[in-house]
Design a protein around this ligand. Structure first.
Ligand code: GAR
Length: 217
């Protein structure tokens, strides 16, 4: 896929809380890991108290808050969110700890340009409390996955995975911290590959250079 080098490739990042993945992506952008025409156009949150909003503001990135509490239905919220996101004409919408289930209409609207990071080696451990469940299941390897988003929760085409060991004395927090370090690496890598036109939601990444799609420590 050839990309137009002159037209800006806008990224919009959605967060709900801490925003450490968003921070890592912004730093990758500042360190020129993405094509030159890339811009992180906005960071949007459903939660006015999301700590990550401060980081975005300090880095002169536009921020917006749309609280879901003011909406009667998921569909109405998502339609308003679409209006805000589309002001920034995104090439890519990045879910970075955006803790909401998305309506099928929202997913359809951003089909093929919507990415998510999930703290497990999908398709294992979809849903919540993945680190606790990894320990309780006796897993020896755990990790994280960046994937394109489809209507089914945590189930779209996998772009990159990062693996870490589960060690004998791990608790949920220790394991989460080990996985998070890898999340920060693989999300930027997935975004880089997408903006370079090396992957899309229909391509089989596994047929390409394997080193680029698995990070193991
Ligand atoms: C990350 O661990 C991310 O994988 C997870 O939320 C955390 C957000 O942290 N996402 C999900 O569980 C989505 N199902 P952050 O706000 O510091 O990036």
């Amino acid at each position: 896929m050839q990309q137009n080098q002159t037209q800006t490739q806008n990224i919009v990042i959605l967060i709900s809380g801490r925003g450490s993945n968003m921070e890592a992506i912004v730093k990758s952008w500042q360190h020129q890991m993405f094509p030159q025409n890339t811009k992180i156009a906005a960071v949007i949150s459903n939660n006015a108290d999301a700590a990550g909003l401060n980081f975005a503001k300090q880095h002169n990135i536009a921020t917006e808050v749309l609280s879901h509490k003011n909406f009667a239905s998921r569909q109405e919220y998502d339609q308003s969110l679409i209006k805000i996101i589309d002001k920034y004409t995104p090439k890519l919408v990045v879910l970075a700890g955006f803790m909401r289930i998305l309506s099928p209409e929202f997913v359809q609207h951003y089909q093929q340009r919507l990415m998510n990071i999930h703290p497990s080696l999908l398709p294992s451990l979809t849903g919540l409390h993945t680190h606790k469940r990894a320990i309780e299941s006796g897993l020896k390897i755990h990790g994280c996955t960046v994937h394109f988003v489809t209507a089914e929760l945590d189930a779209g085409p996998i772009i990159i995975q990062g693996a870490v060991p589960v060690l004998p004395n791990d608790n949920e927090d220790i394991l989460a911290a080990r996985v998070l370090k890898i999340e920060h690496k693989i999300y930027s890598k997935a975004i880089q590959l997408f903006l370079q036109g090396k992957i899309n939601a229909n391509s089989d990444s596994n047929n390409q250079n394997a080193d680029e799609f698995l990070i193991a420590f």
